[in-house]
Design a protein around this ligand. Structure first.
Ligand code: HEM
Length: 213
């Protein structure tokens, strides 16, 4: 869980940097994004990394479900007195729920963009690249359906934030990297990442929706 989790966080950072290009809604900006999407889906080394990515998402999800089931089995009876907030935070006890929301988001999201990019019938821009930017913009600006999708994105980003809030430091703990001097740095880094990454992600669809004329 820790290895795939940290790999998925590194994907989140790279994917975010690429997506931030969508904030430039000019024709040139959109063409730049389309050229970038073409590169990301055709450069052989990146293709190999993306197969690792799909495998990591599946492994992380399946192993997470197995862990939740093992935890339940280990303690079939509920505690008589249960004051969980005394020694654990809400996110740490609900990683399975948060992960399920994120998995549902990824399935919706890949259907909307990734599937379209690979197999959908989408137009091409003036440079001859598949016009993925228009697909993304239309998805978020599509009237009421667009608003619902943007809301789902924002909710899912909140789930990612809570998942990372516990998950980041927890991955280091799993590796045995537990040291008085470094723990506060790791924790602070984790908290920073879990706030900044989801906020930046959520900003993109909200911005595109607001830019509708
Ligand atoms: C504002 C938010 C986001 C936007 C605008 C966005 C946009 C896109 C687009 C356009 C693609 C298709 C490009 C391609 O096939 O290479 C894509 C693929 C993908 N996205 Fe996102 N994304 C967002 C957030 C996220 C988040 C938060 C996650 C993970 C939790 C995620 C996971 C993925 C995955 C796994 C793929 C497939 C990547 C691949 O084939 O290499 N995305 N995204």
């Amino acid at each position: 869980m820790a290895i795939t989790g940290l790999f998925l966080i590194s994907f989140l950072i790279v994917h975010l940097l690429g997506n931030l290009q969508l904030l430039d809604l000019s024709i040139e900006g959109q063409e730049k994004f389309n050229a970038y999407a073409k590169f990301m889906t055709s450069f052989p080394l990146i293709k190999i990394v993306s197969y690792f990515l799909y495998a990591s998402i599946l492994f992380h999800a399946v192993d997470g479900i197995v862990l939740v089931m093992q935890n339940r089995k280990a303690r079939p009876e509920r505690y008589k007195s249960w004051k969980p907030n005394n020694n654990s935070i809400w996110a740490s006890r609900n990683m399975g729920l948060l992960g399920t929301i994120i998995l549902a988001f990824i399935i919706m999201h890949m259907g909307q963009f990734w599937y379209q990019m690979h197999w959908g019938e989408i137009g091409v821009d003036a440079q001859g690249n598949k016009d993925l930017a228009t697909v993304v913009i239309k998805t978020y600006q599509d009237g009421t359906a667009g608003m619902i999708i943007v809301a789902l994105y924002v909710i899912s980003m909140a789930a990612i934030g809570f998942h990372l809030w516990h998950g980041f430091a927890s991955a280091f703990q799993t590796f045995g990297l537990n040291h008085k001097r470094y723990n506060p740095i790791i924790e602070k880094l984790g908290y920073g990442i879990s706030v900044l990454i989801p906020l930046a992600y959520a900003f993109i669809p909200v911005f595109i929706l607001m830019a509708k004329n």
